[in-house]
Design a protein around this ligand. Structure first.
Ligand SMILES: [Zn+2]
Length: 343
């Protein structure tokens, strides 16, 4: 492999190189630009430029120069990385970085035989006087007949990326919580308000997670409804009460999802360890599952959470557990979960 870094030269090095090239009577071609987010349109320009002579020198706007003439935030790709990419192209012989807002000074040093420019700048570009004064010519790179190639532009690429991925930053970070045994003490088929009791440490944990930017969704199997131990209204009433108790501590739940089916009667896709309720939540609330966590006190919670794409924590309450690919972390109590979820 050719060491492409050798093609990236300083102005002092370039002066020496130019002396040699001129002695050999080779035709020097120049082209300039910032070439941020290199694309096929750029490559076409370089190749066309190279065909106009023997040696192609690319004058690259430095980051400083880019900030002055184009956008004070600077290019997406820094000058070092941009120069490496250009230097790795076979048709490019040298890359020289310049810091001025236009390439006039550097072109006055290079004195190219041909200076290439896009047709949008025309023959009367800012460089034109300097080139002609030194006996050179301006060559305009016309758009290729194959239209699809030249349609690519850096701005278009950026717009496409923004359009496709801007939604990502708006996606919610969610902690999926099992209910009985995580939020409230599990007293087997809990539905009576008198049976509500906070799990120790849950308030502290949720306030900590809220500070980290997480929102909370409850996903719970409530087969007591299907088994007719209590009604759907009992379940809703209990849940409203539960939410009101958390609200006292400024903790809100974004949503709650329940499977009410009796597994002996129906094989639904919403009962954990299946994960249809997670998928529904994802769809309804624009959730980034990769940044989400599932906290439960049963392996079935972890299986569902893992299959849905979240990381999982099993609250094991000092019980021995078997290792499982569905359990990312386990904790004996809720408070220690603060050490697991850091951001
Ligand atoms: Zn179900």
């Amino acid at each position: 492999m050719i060491d492409c870094k050798a093609k990236i030269v300083s102005l002092i090095e370039l002066r020496e190189i130019l002396k040699k090239i001129r002695k050999q009577n080779k035709k020097i071609v120049t082209i300039n630009g910032s070439f941020d987010l290199l694309h096929a349109g750029h490559i076409y320009s370089f190749e066309t430029a190279k065909q106009q002579g023997d040696i192609l020198i690319v004058c690259l706007n430095s980051d400083r120069s880019y900030k002055k003439y184009k956008d004070k935030r600077g290019p997406i790709i820094d000058e070092y990385n941009r120069s490496i990419m250009l230097a790795s192209l076979e048709c490019v012989d040298y890359v020289v970085i310049f810091h001025e807002t236009n390439p006039i000074k550097i072109l006055d040093i290079i004195k190219p035989n041909i200076h290439c420019n896009g047709t949008e700048y025309g023959k009367n570009c800012v460089e034109s006087d300097t080139i002609i004064k030194n006996g050179g010519k301006i060559f305009l790179i016309r758009e290729k007949k194959d239209e699809s190639l030249m349609k690519i532009s850096t701005t278009e690429i950026i717009n496409k990326i923004v359009k496709r991925y801007s939604n990502l930053s708006l996606q919610k970070k969610i902690i999926f919580l099992d209910r009985d045994g995580i939020l409230n003490k599990d007293k087997k088929y809990v539905y009576r308000i008198v049976d509500f009791e906070f799990m120790p440490g849950i308030i502290d944990l949720l306030l900590y997670l809220k500070k980290l930017g997480y929102e909370f969704i409850i996903i719970s199997n409530q087969s007591g409804v299907g088994r007719k131990y209590f009604s759907r209204e009992d379940m809703n009433k209990f849940n409203r009460f539960l939410e009101s108790q958390f609200k006292k501590y400024n903790i809100n739940f974004l949503d709650s999802y329940f499977c009410i089916h009796d597994p002996n009667e129906i094989e639904c896709d919403c009962r954990k360890p299946r994960f249809a309720l997670f998928q529904r939540a994802k769809k309804e609330h624009n959730i980034n599952m990769n940044s989400g966590w599932t906290i439960g006190d049963s392996i079935t919670d972890c299986i569902a959470g893992k299959l849905a794409g979240t990381k999982t924590i099993l609250l094991k309450n000092n019980l021995p557990i078997k290792k499982s690919k569905f359990i990312d972390y386990s904790s004996n109590n809720l408070i220690n979960i603060k050490r697991i979820i850091k951001k």
